[in-house]
Design a protein around this ligand. Structure first.
Ligand code: T1G
Length: 732
């Protein structure tokens, strides 16, 4: 078995020292690995048998960059305790030491990994290798010279794009750009790199120094114009975030002062970025996203292995069903699409085809791959083929009676080992299975929720809903399927709305309450989307989802959580006048028939007035409360946090970080805030409790809507973090 110790291994072959970065799985640059790399470089320089050096990686990978775990290690200090002296020393020796260096790269070379490779005098890379500087996605910037070397190797505009988007390129593109000197298949990688190292040592190939090259850099004026454009674009896209600007500043410093001066500016900029909350939030999301796949009692059961899911029967070819089918066939899973009549079936098949064609148009897949994917769908008007299905995903309308009849049928027509799942967004899963044999008892182990978000082939989250009786095997199989169809899974407990929709029901209700208090809906949306950074405000979201759907789903929350809901006339009024949102051209906004662009609609005013009158939150003739944008944000998001705390304390999510991931991936909660609960901790539980009580006093008729839950109140009183989860002794 490969050693888990971070170390750089050393061997010499025919005058070339091979230094191998080794730290499974991806040879991340743990401080001990960096120290060991430095020591081995010195050893190679001291070794008279060595004329040239190759740096490579173990485990079929070069290196995924600095060890991100260090950023969460309290004893490492800010920025993971990155020691610039040793990093600069490594790159100096690699680049300018007496003996030339070549990197032999495969798998991934990201962040500090690519920076080590760029420090070498040349790079031999296996086809398909991912090369990139994705540090910005962690709220920092390249800290081992990447801001200086990448622009000098690939040109300023491309380098800025690679850093600002955190998007890696493939080796083949790297060859065209000049980042890669030669391609070699994995089995010839080392020999090709050794040969190139000797060629450089013996003068057959020129030795290149990426820090001092200027041939790829544009003249100063042009360079500054490129950077100014990147700044403006980033300010728009990254909404005032500091770390991308710090990265651009470091690049600029190097253009103006030369690579060596740029390194000094880079390390200062790095230290500032590493001290910001954005960095902590993004590192938290990085690990949280990976930890949702590890589920207690499921993925840690010895001997339990996922069974392959080769064929899935999807019931319903509507928007959801066709999106789910698309996601499945894109991953090579066979689909049986069942509808109730030929017309609906044709429409469903048409939607799948359109989804695939839009990917072809975007260049995400070839036309022949789209044809092959479509060929995996078999339409059906009955259950005759369901014996083939390893899993069923029901995606019909949200009608409990209909779903119950369907599941009773499924139990009879499917194999006894097939997983039976529903894509309901709110209905209790046990209720869905209540008409199966023994009130659902016989098939309880294989019944679960597979809740996709619309559009299902695009949105990255899958809520896997377990009941108290769902078997670990069925959950494990579904977790494995989620990986295959490239969804991040979150296993959640069974309740109205599960985790995501339940936590976000107060989002719309608070917004509607603010509108009933006299606030302009467009101002509310502007604060939520613009200032806070949600993809869209609650009223624009209503128009996307549809007022009819909103009303229907909202009714479930009104029934289940009657003591803490806000029921207004506003959305029912929109329904009555058929302002259903985008699909009818009008909702809270009006939509341009051609461009579908949303704009405020003066025709909304009488509906707002009628709803405000019915709500009676502000006495006739009295002035509505004057609330700032910051008040609006607290009013909307603190009830959401409060519901999130209930979801955590009731064990609906396994751990608070799961809710962070779910809020980011399903609702677009800004990842730079670290997800709902992480952000709530940055705000602080005491402030959230105090504000909720203020809002309850402002709208005393609806004090229940704002009543802080025990988990929140107790955390505030005890100075405990909300992200710490329920303390073991106090089950709530
Ligand atoms: N440090 C520590 N662990 C890492 C890691 C890293 N850099 N990269 C991956 N892992 C772990 C990950 O947590 C998981 O662990 C396992 O490896 C497999 O990863 C100075 C400061 C490389 C594209 O931002 O983008 O260098 O869950 O499940 O889908 O300028 O991991 O199995 O226990 O994600 O195949 C910059 C981050 C660092 C790259 C592979 N580097 N990694 O994806 O597998 S900062 C990055 C990724 C830096 C310098 C700066 C992806 C991947 P576990 P995985 P994957």
């Amino acid at each position: 078995m490969a050693s888990k110790q971070p170390e750089a291994k050393y061997s010499v072959d025919n005058g070339v020292a091979v230094i191998t970065l080794s730290y499974p799985p991806l040879n991340a640059l743990h401080p001990l690995l960096l120290r060991s790399l430095f020591d081995q470089l010195r050893r190679a320089h001291a070794d008279p048998a060595v004329r040239a050096i190759v740096v490579t990686g173990a485990n079929n990978n070069f290196c995924a960059g600095f060890d991100i775990n260090q950023f969460q290690n309290p004893s490492a200090g800010s920025g993971g305790g990155i020691d610039n002296k040793i990093n600069d020393a490594i790159c100096e020796v690699l680049e300018g030491g007496l003996k030339p260096t070549v990197a032999a790269v495969q798998g991934v070379a990201l962040g500090g990994g690519l920076e080590v490779a760029m420090g070498c005098n040349a790079r031999v890379v296996a086809p398909g290798t991912k090369l990139g500087l994705p540090e910005l996605q962690l709220g920092i910037l390249p800290g081992f010279g990447g801001t200086q070397r990448l622009p000098r190797l690939v040109g300023l505009a491309k380098a800025a794009e690679m850093m600002l988007t955190s998007t890696p390129i493939k080796a083949e593109a790297g060859l065209k750009l000049g980042l890669v000197d030669a391609l070699a298949p994995p089995e010839q990688l080392l020999s090709a790199a050794k040969a190139m190292a000797l060629d450089i040592a013996e003068g057959r190939k020129p030795r290149m120094y990426s820090l001092t090259r200027t041939d790829k850099l544009p003249p100063l004026g042009e360079a500054l114009a490129i950077l100014d454009m990147a700044r403006a674009e980033t300010a728009k896209r990254a909404r005032g975030l500091r770390h991308p600007q710090l990265c651009l500043n470091a690049i600029q410093a190097g253009i103006e002062a030369g690579g060596a001066g740029g390194l000094v500016a880079e390390s200062k900029a790095f230290a500032e970025a590493a001290s910001l909350d954005t960095h902590k939030a993004l590192v938290h999301i990085f690990f949280a996203q990976r930890s949702t796949k590890k589920v207690k009692g499921v993925t840690d059961v010895p001997g339990l292995k996922p069974r392959p899911i080769r064929c899935v029967a999807v019931l319903g070819g509507g928007l959801m069903g066709s999106g789910i089918a698309t996601a499945l066939v894109l991953a090579g899973v066979d689909v049986i699409l069942k509808e109730v009549n030929q017309g609906f079936l044709d429409a469903g098949m048409g939607r799948i085809k359109a989804n695939l064609q839009s990917r072809v148009k975007k260049g995400a897949m070839s036309a022949s791959a789209a044809d092959a994917a479509l060929g995996r769908v078999k339409g059906s008007l009955d259950y005759s083929d369901f014996g083939r299905a390893d899993m069923v995903i029901e995606a019909v309308i949200e009608d409990i009676g209909l779903k119950q009849r369907i599941f009773a049928d499924l139990e009879k027509v499917c194999r006894p080992d097939a997983i039976l799942s529903t894509n309901t967004s709110t209905i209790d899963i046990d209720l869905v299975g209540a008409k199966m044999e023994g009130g659902g008892a016989k098939s309880a182990g294989r019944l679960l929720g597979a809740h996709f978000f619309s559009p299902a082939h695009v949105m990255p989250l899958l809520e896997i809903v377990k009941t108290s009786r769902t078997s670990p095997q069925a959950l494990l199989d579904t977790l494995a399927l989620s990986g295959r169809i490239k969804k991040t899974p979150v296993v959640v407990g069974n309740c109205t709305g599960f985790a995501v929709n339940r936590v976000f029901f107060p989002y719309t209700m608070s917004a509607v309450m603010l509108a009933d208090l006299g606030m302009d809906p467009y101002r509310i949306d502007a604060a939520v989307a613009g200032k806070f950074g949600m993809p869209m405000g609650p009223f624009r979201l209503n128009d996307l989802v549809g007022s009819d759907i909103g009303l229907h789903v909202g009714a479930n929350f009104v029934t289940s959580f009657s003591e803490r809901v806000y029921v207004s006339r506003l959305i029912p009024l929109l329904n009555e006048v058929k302002r259903l949102g985008e699909k009818t051209g009008k909702g809270f906004y009006k939509f341009d028939a051609k461009t579908r662009k949303a704009s405020p609609d003066p025709e909304l005013a009488p509906l707002l007035a009628e709803s405000r009158k019915a709500a009676g939150l502000v006495k006739e003739g009295a002035k509505p409360p004057a609330l700032s944008d910051a008040d609006i944000l607290d009013f909307i998001f603190f009830p959401v946090v409060n519901e999130g705390c209930r979801v955590v304390s009731e064990g609906i999510v396994d751990k608070p970080a799961d809710l962070d991931v779910a809020s980011v991936m399903a609702m677009g909660f800004p990842p730079v805030k670290g997800g709902l609960i992480f952000w709530a901790d940055l705000v602080g539980a005491p402030r959230i409790v105090a504000r909720l009580r203020q809002f309850a006093a402002l709208v005393p008729q609806h004090a229940g809507f704002f009543a802080p839950c025990d988990y929140l109140v107790q955390a505030a009183a005890a100075g405990r973090k909300l992200s710490a989860g329920v303390p073991p002794a106090s089950k709530m």
